[in-house]
Design a protein around this ligand. Sequence first.
Ligand code: NAD
Length: 346
Amino acid sequence: MANTNKRAVDILNKDDLIVIGGAGGFIAGALTKYFHDQGFTRIRAIDKKPLPEWYQMTDGVESICMDLSIEENCIVACRGAKEVYNLAADMGGMGFIEKFRIECLRSILINTHMIEAANRAGAERFFFSSSACAYNVELQKDPNVRALKESDAYPAMAERGYGWEKLLSEMFCEEYWSERGMKTAIARFHNVYGPFGTWDGGREKAPAAICRKVIETKDSGKLEIDIWGSGVQTRSFMYIDDCVLGIDMIMHCDDLIATAINLGSNELIAINDLVTYTEEIGGVKLERTHDMDAPQGVAGRNSDNTFIKQVLGWEPDLPFKEGLKRTYDWIEQQYNDRKAGKRTVS
Ligand code: NAD
């Protein structure tokens, strides 16, 4: 298979319109900034959150507060678009997706309306942010899990709610290419973390939650931490900069049209080790308790990167400890800002 390795800068004119859904959130906010920093002059960023609540606002970008689960809004959002990136979804960490399955399933409205609107608007390419939660849960029952390769999504037994929505939306991407010839890209993200991600409030994922808990214990002097589950469960975590670069490469690779591909790190981390690394960064040693009733998700999950390395000659590679340190420092700053009454992301 050819290694195309093209990016937006190789394919688009700087004044082509790029539309990004979910831009008030973590990943799409970073993607918006990434394209803006590369000199793209017409970026339309959309999110249903009011503008003051966006995690990142990039100057010079058309930023719109609009609900993309409504068809008419998607038509307006996609008008004139050369490329559409849909990352809008009602989602969060395990605590959210196990509790709010209906909300997660309802994101199907966003995806069905956005892909249709993109196609009607004549967009050349459409990006969909799928998830490792689309994989068969039966294959993820052991912490020493075999890394998941793309074919492991079928026979299908996705994560309830969230995972099935992702799997069905992937199918839309496949059919819009096959029936209508619109180039679609499908990346299955494995946990993404980094600065400007949710770090409090119930939707945060494990790295941000553990960083916040360690910072809280240092502040309160109560050197205890409550871990969800035994802590033996394993995951891989991808740093945000790797994620946006991967999105750009996957979107512009013609060998990957309508083909789901893993976008994740393959550095497997046990939650107990995540706590240890965070303690090291924070310079504390905490007494651990384990909440066995808390949501834990699958026992183990890792990304098999054979396919992405074969096609792109690249994989997400920032070492976890390095990304965790950057994330910890950012959350500590956020924590202090919030205490000082300043505006923060979560
Ligand atoms: P996020 O929650 O930070 O961002 C999603 C954004 O979508 C939010 O700002 C939210 O307000 C917006 N949104 C929700 N419903 C909307 C609607 N009806 N109209 C317009 N905007 C709406 O999440 P994220 O971490 O940036 O995730 C982005 C995408 O990546 C999502 O599709 C998610 O499922 C996928 N994903 C993320 C991860 C991860 O680890 N963060 C892992 C796998 C997949």
